[in-house]
Design a binder for this molecule. Structure first.
Ligand code: KE4
Length: 426
């Protein structure tokens, strides 16, 4: 009897690559992706009933863990009243007020439906506000699949070896200048030669899509000063770091105020949401008051607003950021003692609940240095961890996430699995 086609065969028959987002295809680590049946807390269960400790957290949104009670209850209650209206509703006002209250640089904000839409809208708004065309980004930073930003991008674009996607016209890509991160002299030189044409400098203030690394002291401040000096807008893509590294994101931690901020992931509680915001004089350039058009059928829909508000309020109620820092520090201690026990001088980076183990040693401050990592060894490590019941991001060029649902016992179990996986990989 011909076996019934597997889920993956069926997926591949009707979905490109069998996935609705490339990084899920395991191309960065080899093998075939598994299918998930359900998730609760920090654990996911695949369609074979296997349970895994999850350090991807649907790429960031599951900061309270999966199926967090406050989120589920809010969605269940609001869904009964209708899932979308395309008419202003009170929940989107509450969300806008909360975002502007928590994120230091936000005076006004608009909801969208993904991080990509948020960064795409920031680019268009910056160009509309300044009347300029050039955008400066940084190698390895990923801002979603926006044409202007799929230039030397990170995440799946980098993993799959196409940092410059096909389908982006050269004429458009030429309006994007991509520089090495943490290279202030390169930024100064570009401003010196093109400053009058630069609409925006856009970056992940803590890059997490080429693995996780950090701005060198003074780098963010230099970008702020140069943008102010030349009349360009500083845009922080905090889709990943927003409400995760701190209640007010990197801009709160670093004390550097961008002109625009892109948000996503955590603010949707697992439902499709993004947002972008900034100074009122800039945001007021948006239609219907201003000349910059931007729109969305489902923007601000009550279901996504209810899920996001429930998650953010719960995170604040339990002071989730303190708990995430404690859990992150515990994981770091466990990983570092494992590395020292095995005599492996690998580079481990962490900020709060975000972490990355680079399969190389030495300082990592840019994409070029991150690319020194041994991807084959990472792939072996990844699959040993997976077989041991620990699900990490399926690429060296991604970042791991803890949730408030992880416990010290989960982390001790994870460290035991990692210990074996590292021994097997070396
Ligand atoms: P989305 O359009 O995927 O909601 O957000 C795009 C985006 C924007 N900015 C940053 C800093 C991001 O990390 C992302 C998306 N992150 C990836 C993971 N590195 C999402 C996973 C995927 O592409 O499937």
């Amino acid at each position: 009897m011909t076996p019934s086609p597997s889920l993956l065969d069926r997926a591949r028959a009707r979905i490109p690559g069998g996935v609705n987002s490339p990084v899920r295809a395991f191309r960065g680590v080899g093998g075939e992706p598994f299918f998930v049946r359900s998730a609760a807390g920090c654990r996911i269960t695949d369609t074979d009933g296997r349970e895994l400790i999850d350090f991807v957290g649907t790429w960031g949104p599951a900061i309270l863990g999966h199926a967090a009670r406050p989120v589920i209850d809010a969605v269940r209650e609001v869904a009964l009243q209708g899932t979308s209206f395309g008419i202003p509703n009170p929940l989107e006002v509450e969300m806008a007020e909360l975002l502007c209250d928590w994120v230091p640089s936000l005076e006004k904000v608009r909801m969208v439906n993904s991080g990509t839409e948020a960064t795409m809208s920031c680019v268009r708004l910056a160009r509309g506000f300044t009347g300029r065309d050039l955008v400066v980004k940084f190698e390895g930073c990923y801002h979603g699949h926006v044409d202007s930003l799929l230039v030397q991008a990170g995440s799946g674009a980098l993993t799959h070896g196409r940092p410059d996607s096909a389908g982006v016209p050269a004429a458009l890509a030429d309006l994007t200048i991509s520089l090495p991160f943490n290279d202030p002299d390169a930024v100064r030189a570009v401003f010196a030669s093109e400053g009058a044409r630069i609409a925006a400098v856009l970056l992940e203030p803590v890059p997490a899509n080429a693995g996780l690394y950090f701005p060198e002291p003074g780098f963010l401040e230099t970008l702020r000063d140069l943008c102010t000096q030349y009349g360009a807008l500083l845009v922080f893509d905090e889709v990943m770091t927003g409400f995760r590294v701190a209640r007010g994101g990197v801009q709160e931690l670093a004390g550097v105020m961008p002109d625009l901020t892109a948000l996503g992931k955590v603010i949707g509680g697992g439902l499709p949401v993004g947002a972008f915001g900034g100074r009122a004089e800039i945001m007021d350039q948006l239609s219907p008051d201003g000349p910059v058009y931007q729109a969305g059928t489902l923007s601000g829909n009550p279901l996504a607003m209810a899920a996001g508000l429930a998650q953010l309020r719960e995170l604040d109620r339990i002071d989730g950021w303190a708990r995430l820092e404690t859990l992150g520090a515990t994981l770091e201690t466990l990983v570092r003692s494992t590395l020292s026990d095995l005599g492996l001088p690998l580079t481990f980076h962490r900020i709060g609940s975000m972490f990355c183990l680079f399969f190389t040693e030495g300082k990592i401050r840019s994409l070029a240095e991150a690319k020194r990592s041994d991807r084959d060894r990472f792939a072996r490590f990844f699959h040993h961890c997976l077989r041991g019941g620990v699900y990490l991001a399926p690429s060296q060029f991604e970042t791991g996430f803890l949730s408030t649902a992880h416990t010290p016992e989960d982390l001790e179990e994870t460290a035991r699995v990692m210990h074996e996986a590292l021994r097997a990989a070396f």
